[in-house]
Design a protein around this ligand. Structure first.
Ligand SMILES: Nc1ncnc2c1ncn2[C@@H]1O[C@H](COP(=O)(O)OP(=O)(O)OP(=O)(O)O)[C@@H](O)[C@H]1O
Length: 265
């Protein structure tokens, strides 16, 4: 049976035709999660020993039944809750030892519904760099708008004038202004129409191809995952039970994963 490492290797070999370029797995992994657990305040298990390796420069889709722990897992990766020491590593470094703001600049996050700040689109996009004492030039803001598939007319618009799909792309441009290496996305298109969804998906694929960004996306849409993900993690009852290629989802072995996939397709 092909293992996850084989799938990753195969994927990376496609991306990277030079076989020697495929370094041994550890250094190719952008994020590693080891025995990550979380319980609720009442002691109910939410995550039970999550283990996963997320290769650099790929889009990993995360799917699974409602309440299985997908968002909780995603949120650990940029410390929206504090994972225990020695459980989450970015480029081999334990994230609990990193400065949290530096971590969040490197590992950006986009939520289901965009929450823009007061002010113009440009103000929103400038927000992150400004916190670090750097004001983006107008031309840098225009570039970020283009990257998020928005035209220049958005520069001076206020957040309240935008549709949800447009606001989501502004939120994406605002996250990209921090030049993240990893993007975490929690159902980023579930509130969007099909055209806005496609716009966001196109941007994500371009970010991966052109910038080598590592993207982890929770989605309820298996079709979406099949359109853009390179690997898919199946989460069931607080565990990653399988990691497969999108076209192998029908081969999932875990009974709950099989049932979920059958009902979702
Ligand atoms: N802070 C918390 N305290 C207590 N329980 C929590 C907390 N956060 C999440 N949970 C519980 O943990 C479980 C997993 O929640 P989570 O939001 O991670 O699931 P999910 O797979 O993302 O679900 P959905 O697909 O519905 O968004 C749920 O039962 C949820 O009620």
């Amino acid at each position: 049976m092909e293992t996850f490492q084989d799938s990753v290797r195969e994927h990376l070999l496609v991306v990277n035709e030079d076989v020697d370029e495929y370094a041994k797995t550890e250094s190719e992994m952008k994020i590693r999660v080891r025995d990550l657990v979380r319980e609720s305040d009442k002691g109910v298990p939410i995550l039970c020993k999550v283990n996963v390796d997320i290769p650099r420069g790929v889009i990993m889709g995360v799917i699974g039944p409602s309440g299985s722990g997908k968002s909780t897992m995603l949120r650990a990766l940029n410390r929206l809750w504090e994972p225990p020491e020695g459980t989450v590593f970015l480029d081999g470094e334990d994230i609990s030892t990193l400065d949290v703001l530096t971590l969040r600049r490197k590992v950006g996050m986009l939520f289901q519904l965009p929450a823009l700040f007061e002010g113009t689109v440009a103000d929103n996009i400038r927000y992150g760099p400004q916190l670090r004492g750097r004001k983006l030039t107008d031309s840098e803001v225009y570039k970020l708008l283009t990257l998020a598939d928005l035209d220049n007319s958005f520069f001076n618009k206020s957040g309240s004038e935008l549709s949800v799909g447009q606001a989501q792309r502004v939120a994406l441009a605002r996250t990209l202004a921090n030049e993240p290496e990893v993007l975490l996305l929690d159902e980023p298109t579930s509130a969007l129409d099909p055209i806005s969804t496609q716009n966001i998906e196109d941007v994500l694929v371009k970010l991966k191809k052109n910038r080598g960004m590592t993207i982890v996306m929770v989605s309820h849409s298996i079709k979406q995952i099949q359109r853009i993900a390179d690997v898919v993690a199946l989460v069931v009852n607080g565990e990653i039970v399988e990691v497969l290629k999108p076209d192998q989802l029908s081969e999932a072995k875990h009974p709950m994963a099989q049932r979920f996939l059958q009902l979702s397709s």
